[in-house]
Design a protein around this ligand. Sequence first.
Ligand code: SF4
Length: 86
Amino acid sequence: MKSSQFIDEYLHQDEEGDYVLNFLPCPFLGADNKCLVYEDRPKACREYPHTNRKNMLGILDLSLKNTLVCPAVSKIFYEIGKDYKK
Ligand code: SF4
């Protein structure tokens, strides 16, 4: 599938100009909760939850949102917070 066809069929741009899925849950999530396109999943899926980026500050808003849905991100922020309480 060409990128332009994928964008037309599955994505739209949000208020910040980022491409996001038209439908949730993801149309590639199988009935068994496994990714139907795992080997070819998008870069954002491969990098999720984006906690190993060099510029974490640049995606702080996204990471804070992810603390609400991803236990790993929540744990990382909790541990970082403990260091700043000292
Ligand atoms: S890994 Fe990405 S493409 Fe696969 S089901 Fe999850 S959100 Fe969809």
